[in-house]
Design a protein around this ligand. Structure first.
Ligand SMILES: [Ca+2]
Ligand SMILES: [Ca+2]
Length: 213
């Protein structure tokens, strides 16, 4: 196994397409981020997986990615195929799925949510960067729980994003923003049934929520 390999679901969303190739894509595949880049093992459909093969030479340790750089899979474009999104030193990088388990070369889509100070100084120890569809268009948006509060960058629908905006000055790592750190999980879920994701956090004193006003 490769160091740092983290299996994730490549394909979570079904499709009604009549294309045999698309129907096959409904099966969950394995994606791992190794030293040399991204590896994929396709699902054989019987509980076994094909031999892992390298699909990208990026997002791996050899390209400078480490545990301080969250990398995840999500369908950013609404085509039912999981894409790769990574939070690197200088910002956010996206690699779109080409529909057959291979990926386009990564492109930088935002110069924020990154580890370098000019990209916001985001660290895995103090901050959370995650994805949630906040607008109901089926495309996940970026939500960051940063130093001074919550930042959001809306998905344009094609895997590019609007400029991030700070939407709350709570749920952040600094004392002014509540002193939320690694021991304080924060997540998004529809808490009031209006179809929109709200924020829920586990603080020292208990559970704190924020809904759309
Ligand atoms: Ca996609
Ligand atoms: Ca959205």
């Amino acid at each position: 196994m490769h160091e740092g390999q983290q299996p994730r679901d490549l394909q979570e969303k079904g499709t009604r397409s009549s294309s045999p190739q698309l129907r096959q894509q409904v099966r969950t595949n394995i994606v791992g981020f190794a030293n040399a880049g991204v590896f994929v093992a396709l699902n054989n459909g019987n509980g076994t997986f094909g031999k892992p093969r390298q699909v990208l030479g990026n997002f791996g340790k050899n390209a400078g990615w480490s545990s301080s750089h969250p990398r995840m899979l999500a369908d950013l474009t609404g085509d039912g195929r999981a894409d790769i999104i990574g939070f690197g030193d200088g910002g956010v990088w996206v690699s779109l799925n080409q529909g057959d388990g291979t990926f386009r070369e990564p492109t930088k889509v935002l110069s924020f949510f990154g580890a370098r100070s000019e990209a916001g100084g985001w660290t895995s120890a103090r901050h959370i960067r995650t994805l949630a569809d906040l607008t109901g268009d089926g495309r996940p948006d970026i939500v960051g729980f940063g130093e001074h509060g919550v930042w959001v960058a809306l998905n344009n629908g094609d895997g590019t994003f609007q400029q991030p905006v700070q939407v709350l000055s709570q749920f952040g790592a600094s004392s002014n923003a509540g002193g939320w750190l690694g021991g304080h999980p924060r997540m998004l879920a529809d808490l009031n049934g209006d179809g929109r994701r709200d924020i829920l956090g586990f603080a020292n004193a208990g559970v704190i929520t924020a809904s759309r006003s």
